[in-house]
Design a protein around this ligand. Structure first.
Ligand code: FAD
Ligand code: SF4
Length: 511
């Protein structure tokens, strides 16, 4: 073998740079399903199933494309259980002259594969991942010399450079940002006319994977009962098209709203397909822009959606690769509590947490505001060690890959990076959830109360969070108002809040 092309579970694209110059007469592809990737964090069953099923479908596409493939299945006899060991054995067997791969999405995996290559005195040619608008080098150049990073500036730079939603040199509609027109709540009557979500019934390959996951990882969290994620490029394209037609027009308005029993709302549900590289972000961005230009969706919604992909998605990737490996260890708020057990089963009296966690374990999905302002917010306020929060997010979502999960969790949601991802902690009380969701109506707690038996734990912990970090937060311009409100609290009230927060911590995060 001349080149052995290494393809990981999140690199499922026939057009990837690793295949440039591929010659079926001399080159071969290597893929391996290994238990390590499902156990290094305690991965939930839907996440394992998405990866394995998508890998097996992609293997079939490689065979159909006539690319020689060496594929190890999880249930193959003698599977060595780690990527490094499987690759080492493949190298012994195939004796390639060189290893080639597209840049992986996980620092740990890159180090492991580099070590294998070095041990066999082989060149590992790591090629650009063309699934992003910008390279990590371009991001580093953007970041260089800036006192602080902000997504907004990177987003504007990319829009101008790639001519996305532009009218000449100006942003379409004369503004870069339509946030003020987005982000409504549903009001008392709840969401109306949420379209039926497109599901993909498991085919033979997926059914085999589901059976395998049940056998091998049946003790892992999550359920496979409702498994219907897209696991091929064809399915992913259908999911994108349905989103553009049915949900995109309403995406912006309801982007931050939540409602009990409504996991899907007006979101796209394409993050796993994007992260596994079944879909190209350009396809999503261009489809959204075309919908606006053809008058099928309003600019505010389209800009809001494009900002998520061209803005946030590109930004977190740049943060990850320019900050790793130390980024993963950061703990800027010195948070030391354990993650409450209920994160792994969802049985908890707080209605919002119960809904978001139960839905997450049943489907492998929660939308952004549930992740940020329910599960993430509670861990932030409780003071959970960010590395434990990170392990949970990496385990439970079908779209979880470290380059995107870690900055979102450790940075945006837990503020453990000292403000690289966001300029202030996303700290809020139960009143935020009361305003933005329908959860509180069905909950036995009162978001307006800080202390006492009816007090909403979010509200108690919010004030306790401000008290614990008063000094640090007072230095942050954007937290000034919250700190000023804190100053008005009488000493006795402060003591009562602290005592109630302490009791919550002692009871594993529940009243
Ligand atoms: P939509 O709301 O429809 O948005 C469209 C697309 O924009 C998404 O598919 C996604 O590709 C992109 N996007 C939106 N927000 C972000 C963001 N903050 N960062 C990067 N891309 C974004 N996203 C992941 O893909 N993988 C993760 O492991 C992940 N972990 C997260 C952890 C936390 C604590 C938080 C707060 C957010 C996390 N996100 C993650 C970002 C976001 O929540 C998901 O991308 C989104 O919920 C996926 O659902 P969707 O496809 O319906 O997204
Ligand atoms: Fe969540 Fe508090 Fe509202 Fe209950 S009252 S749903 S715990 S925010």
């Amino acid at each position: 073998v001349r080149h052995l092309i290494l393809v990981l579970g999140d690199q499922l694209d026939l057009q990837a740079a690793a295949f440039d110059g591929f010659d079926p007469a001399q080159d071969a592809v290597w893929m391996a399903e290994v238990a390590e990737e499902s156990t290094h964090v305690w991965s939930a069953q839907p996440r394992i199933a998405v990866f394995l099923s998508a890998m097996r479908h992609f293997a079939q596409e490689l065979r159909e494309a006539g690319r020689p493939l060496h594929y190890t299945r999880l249930d193959d006899q003698g599977n060595r259980c780690t990527l490094a060991a499987e690759l080492g054995a493949a190298i012994e067997r195939l004796q390639p002259a060189e290893l080639v791969m597209t840049a992986p999405g996980d620092w740990r995996v890159l180090q492991a594969l580099r070590a294998v290559a070095a041990a066999h005195r082989l060149v590992l040619d790591v090629r650009e991942d063309r699934h992003f608008y910008a390279t990590v080098r371009e991001f580093a150049a953007h970041a260089k010399g800036r006192r602080g990073l902000r997504m907004e500036f990177w987003y504007r730079e990319l829009r101008a450079r790639h001519g996305v939603l532009m009218e000449g040199k100006e942003p379409a509609g004369g503004r870069w940002n339509f946030d003020s027109e987005n982000r409504e709540s549903f009001g008392a009557q709840g969401p109306q006319g949420v379209p039926q979500r497109v599901g993909f019934a498991p085919d033979q390959t997926t059914r085999e994977v589901l059976a395998l996951v049940r056998t091998r990882f049946g003790d892992h969290p999550g359920s496979l009962e409702r498994f219907d994620w897209p696991v091929t490029r064809a399915d992913a394209l259908v999911a994108l098209a349905r989103f553009i037609d049915e949900r995109l027009p309403f995406f912006g308005t309801w982007q931050d709203a939540m409602w009990p029993g409504e996991p899907w709302l007006f979101h796209a549900h394409i993050s796993a397909a994007l992260n596994l590289k079944l879909l190209h972000p350009r396809e999503a961005v261009q489809a959204a822009e075309t919908a606006w230009r053809e008058g099928r969706a309003p600019l505010a919604s389209v800009e809001g959606f494009i900002r998520q992909i061209l803005g946030w998605r590109e930004y977190v990737r740049g943060v990850y690769w320019t900050q790793m490996p130390r980024y993963a260890e950061r703990n800027g708020l010195n948070a030391r509590e354990d993650l409450p057990d209920f994160y792994w089963h969802g049985r908890v009296p707080m209605a919002c947490l119960s809904d978001a966690i139960t839905q997450t374990l049943a489907t492998g999905y929660a939308h952004h505001i549930q992740r940020l302002m329910v599960t993430g917010l509670y861990a932030l306020l409780l003071g959970v060690a960010p590395q434990q929060v990170h392990a949970w997010y990496l385990a439970v979502y079908v779209d979880a890959v470290e380059w995107v999960e870690l900055p979102n969790t450790l940075g945006m949601s837990q503020y453990a990076d000292g403000g690289v991802m966001g300029s202030k902690p996303y700290a809020a009380s139960g009143k935020y959830l009361q305003r933005m969701s329908g959860y509180c109506k069905g909950c036995r707690f009162d978001p307006g109360q800080r202390t006492g038996a009816q007090a909403c734990p979010f509200t108690t912990l919010y004030w306790d969070f401000l008290l614990r970090h008063e000094e640090l937060l007072a230095q942050n311009q954007r937290m000034k108002m919250q700190v000023r409100n804190l100053a008005r609290l009488p000493a006795a009230e402060r003591d009562a809040i602290r005592a109630q927060a302490m009791r919550l911590r002692r009871h594993g995060g529940t009243p």
